[in-house]
Write a protein that binds this ligand. Structure first.
Ligand code: ZN
Length: 331
């Protein structure tokens, strides 16, 4: 897959590997990075240890390793099995993805577990205050006769955070704390969601459009072409010239402007002819901006791709050595 995108070309790769390895729903290519997958598989075993108390394997593990400490507190020892150490290494993922629901507050660590926000409260405490904080305090330590101890909360927390906490209702009866897996909508842990959870979660601004592209019934090559186009990662002259000063960034079709993605597909007057010939009824001049046009063009993408072939033919007829994107992607 790496070779497919990067090949042996000395130019810069079109898309960062982290972006390729992000979910399609976030605008990525949906390829799961192996290291994240492995860690997610170990985290699944860890999740089993803390949730599945009827499992015989879990029973053995608990008797062997967890007779003194809880799963999150037990230290990793050199003599322990390779698999168990791997499971313990996955605890950071589990902790980051867990969302706690307050019961008696006994098992929820006030500062380091996610129970009020999607991140631990300790992150909201400044560096100078951290040495004075007891990280082992539980949420229960902040209860006072069934209500929040506001004075204690005010000691180290900003008033806006204290207000957020005070809005969390405490249960009337004594029930155990519960937790769910936050990244999944059903709260259930899965290797798939834990893999993506570790990846770069930055959502691409055109994620919805990119996601639509994957659902179209098109050959993979056409989808990847459209994906690179929307992300502005095609090998246009403008982009190539940034990495190689010998490349002239000016459009080889009109010789009038820099060949960017939006120029070569949208604003170049020579390209308008192609759209007219294509019968797609998608003349770029009827759209206010490149983005509007792209959103519209995706609906007729099969036709769009054949129009690209016509443009490719024009590029090949051009006497200047072509470095135009079509040559690379559609030949
Ligand atoms: Zn042009």
């Amino acid at each position: 897959m790496r070779n497919f995108f990067w090949g042996s070309s000395s130019t810069s790769p079109p898309v960062a590997w982290e972006q390729v390895c992000s979910p399609k729903s976030k605008g990525g290519l949906g390829i799961r990075p192996v290291s994240c997958f492995n860690k997610a598989a170990l985290a699944k075993l860890g999740w089993k240890v803390i949730t599945d108390h009827n499992n015989w394997w879990v029973e053995i593990v608990r008797k062997k390793y967890l007779w003194k400490f809880s799963f999150f507190d037990v230290p990793k020892q050199p003599h322990q099995s390779f698999a168990w150490k791997g499971i313990l290494d996955s605890r950071d993922i589990i902790l980051k993805g867990m969302r706690w629901i307050i019961g008696n507050g006994r098992n929820i660590k006030f500062w380091t577990f996610n129970w009020i926000y999607d991140f631990p409260l300790i992150q909201l405490v400044d560096e100078n205050t951290r040495p004075f904080i007891d990280l082992d305090e539980s949420v229960l330590d902040y209860f006072d006769n069934g209500v929040w101890n506001i004075d204690k909360l005010n000691l180290h927390l900003d008033s806006s955070i204290v207000r957020d906490i005070s809005f969390v209702n405490l249960p009337f009866s004594d029930r155990e704390d519960e937790f769910v897996w936050g990244p999944a909508s059903d709260g259930k842990f899965s290797i798939k969601s834990a893999t993506w959870f570790q990846c770069n979660q930055n959502v691409h601004p055109k994620a919805n459009l990119l996601n639509k592209i994957w659902k179209l019934n098109l050959p993979p090559k056409a989808k990847i072409f459209a994906w690179l186009l929307v992300r502005d990662r095609l090998k246009t002259r403008a982009r190539l010239s940034r990495f190689n000063s010998n490349i002239n960034p000016v459009c080889g079709l009109c010789n009038n402007d820099v060949e960017t993605s939006d120029h070569i597909f949208w604003s170049c007057p020579k390209v308008w002819d192609v759209w007219t010939i294509s019968n797609l009824n998608h003349n770029p001049t009827t759209f206010n901006c490149f983005d509007d046009w792209i959103v519209s063009i995706v609906r007729v993408l099969p036709g769009f791709c054949s129009a690209c072939f016509s443009l490719l033919l024009r590029c090949l007829q051009n006497p200047e050595p072509p470095c135009c994107c079509f040559i690379h992607y559609l030949k």
